[in-house]
Design a protein around this ligand. Structure first.
Ligand SMILES: NC(=O)C1=CN([C@@H]2O[C@H](COP(=O)(O)OP(=O)(O)OC[C@H]3O[C@@H](n4cnc5c(N)ncnc54)[C@H](OP(=O)(O)O)[C@@H]3O)[C@@H](O)[C@H]2O)C=CC1
Ligand SMILES: O=C(O)[C@@H]1CCC=N1
Length: 264
């Protein structure tokens, strides 16, 4: 996910020389240099010396370990003034309190849930801060994530699990559905390239149209569904399979997992 954000930031005009990535493995660091020409370091503390904004993009269970490494440096006071750093956590499930408890008080923390399309500037990031955070930190987090897509601010942290299910994880559901369509089209006899093009262009057209339209998704669906026509048969098959219930079950599972991750 860090690569997706970096790709999106560079695409948006951020300079690679202004980005430092810390990763333990030489393999990942070499890949990042090769792909993005960013600065790299094996020691997480290098991030504190280098950056005003630090994105925690490690697996949720590693976040406490990284906070332990950063805490002494983040707490340092220079010339009688403690520096204000902004940390953005993208770890699924982890609450603001569970991370900020591990950080010095001078650190501003924003919880974010981006998704993979940040890599092409078309991400969606859910953001949450408790009421007492500095305006500047809120603006900086918003500006950074806006560089890689759109943002939504959550008033209630409980909603973060739903954003994980709706945005963080959801590109995978769409890929899965498109894969299933490709397989079915090939099974019906289309060449693989034709199947792929037909599926992806149709998906892009449908999403673009839905985003541009004020009519609502159900209305657009009805426009495609001629009475006694072909679409009706496919829609009926989805409904007989109880697509709504299946999607709700899948999204509930993702949200439940986000809540489990919060418990560690
Ligand atoms: N994948 C996605 O679409 C999304 C993921 N997220 C969140 O992003 C986070 C990362 O997920 P994802 O990118 O999928 O996971 P990956 O396993 O792909 O990436 C995790 C990265 O963390 C690095 N890492 C491991 N240990 C440390 C450490 N001690 N200090 C610094 N870096 C370390 C790894 O480096 P190395 O390769 O060198 O081991 C690796 O590059 C998770 O918290 C996830 O919930 C949020 C939204 C979407
Ligand atoms: O699957 C995961 O746990 C991460 C969080 C959201 C998307 N990927």
């Amino acid at each position: 996910m860090a690569s997706a954000i970096i790709r999106g930031l560079i695409k948006h005009g951020h300079r690679s020389a202004h980005i430092l990535v810390c990763a333990p493995s030489q393999r990942t660091r070499s890949r990042l240099v090769q792909d993005f020409n960013v600065r790299v370091h094996s020691d997480n503390s290098a991030a504190v010396a280098f950056a005003d904004i630090i994105i925690l993009a490690v697996k949720p269970f590693i976040v406490p370990l990284v906070c332990d490494e950063l805490r002494p440096l983040l707490g340092q006071v220079n010339n009688g003034r403690s520096e204000q750093k902004l940390l953005i956590s993208i770890a699924a499930g982890l609450t603001h309190a569970s991370i900020s408890d591990k950080l010095p008080q001078n650190v501003q923390l924003v919880c974010a849930m981006p998704n993979l399309p940040t890599a092409i500037g078309k991400g969606l990031t859910g953001l949450f801060v408790p009421g007492h955070l500095d305006r500047q930190a809120v603006d900086d987090a918003e500006q950074l994530m806006r560089a890689v897509g759109d943002t939504v601010w959550l008033e209630d942290e409980q909603q973060m699990a739903s954003i994980v299910a709706t945005a963080g994880s959801s590109p995978a559901y769409f890929f899965l559905f498109l894969e299933a369509m490709e397989k079915a089209a090939i099974a019906q006899g289309l060449p693989a390239k034709t199947a792929s093009k037909a599926v992806l262009q149709s998906a892009m057209g449908a999403v673009s149209m839905a985003m541009a339209s004020k009519e609502g998704l159900a209305n657009l669906r009805h426009q495609v569904t001629s009475p006694k026509g072909t679409t009706e048969q496919a829609v009926l098959a989805f409904q007989h399979g109880d697509l709504d219930a299946l999607v709700a079950r899948a999204m509930d599972s993702a949200a439940r997992r986000a809540k489990e991750l919060a418990l560690g």
